[in-house]
Design a protein around this ligand. Structure first.
Ligand code: AR6
Length: 178
């Protein structure tokens, strides 16, 4: 299952690159606390957006684990970027609650800005070491719990870079009790 409707919101999974989601209003960055370019998904987003993104973000840094801030998308195809700091697994505690905060805060921030569509990467499961299986469960459970509070968002996409990560999320989506 790679698509599911929860109330008014379509939740979908795709395998691909978060910087190439040109039908989406806001993409989420798995950022570092300083909102600097960094590696992984953050590096890809900053490269695609151009230098203006880091410049705009500088005054908003540092952010804390679980926090989300919004910027414009610069040269990305998306008008906005939401930057979330995921927990470093086993270091920022409780990691599960902090990871859930990322998804919840990003969704609420996008909804406050009256955006209709949002795309997430798998936050914290790269350099920050969060195991993909529990991370997928937290991401999808948090989305399910927050959907009834959303007024504007109609599409939530999760973009998985790796095929195996896609399969893990796909299985969890199939297990979500709607
Ligand atoms: N599109 C979608 N997903 C991607 C892409 C992409 N272009 N590139 C990587 N991924 P990570 P974290 C996946 O390490 O664990 C950075 O250096 C990747 O396969 O980007 O939250 C920051 O500056 C993985 O599943 O984020 C921070 O210091 C997922 O994105 C730190 O890493 C997250 O991997 C954040 O670590």
């Amino acid at each position: 299952m790679d698509k599911l409707k929860i109330l008014q919101v379509e939740v979908e999974l795709v395998q691909g690159d978060i910087t190439q989601q040109d039908d989406i209003d806001v993409i989420v960055n798995a950022a570092n606390a300083q909102l600097e370019t960094g590696g992984g998904v953050a590096g890809a987003i900053h490269r695609a957006a151009g230098h203006g993104l880091a410049e705009e973000c500088r005054p908003m840094a540092p952010i804390k684990p679980g926090e989300a801030v919004i910027s414009s998308g610069h040269q990305l195809p998306n008008p906005f970027v939401i930057h979330c700091l995921g927990p470093v697994y086993g270091v920022d505690q409780p990691s599960d609650a902090l990871l859930a905060d990322c998804y919840r805060n990003a969704l609420l921030l996008a909804d406050e800005h009256k955006l209709a569509s949002i795309a997430f990467p798998s936050i914290s499961t790269g350099a920050f070491g969060y195991p993909i299986k529990p991370a997928a469960g937290i991401a999808l459970d948090t989305i399910k719990a927050i959907v009834p509070s959303l007024k504007n968002i109609q599409k939530i996409r999760i973009v998985l870079f790796d095929q195996t990560d896609f399969e893990t999320f796909d299985k969890k989506l199939g297990q979500l009790n709607i």
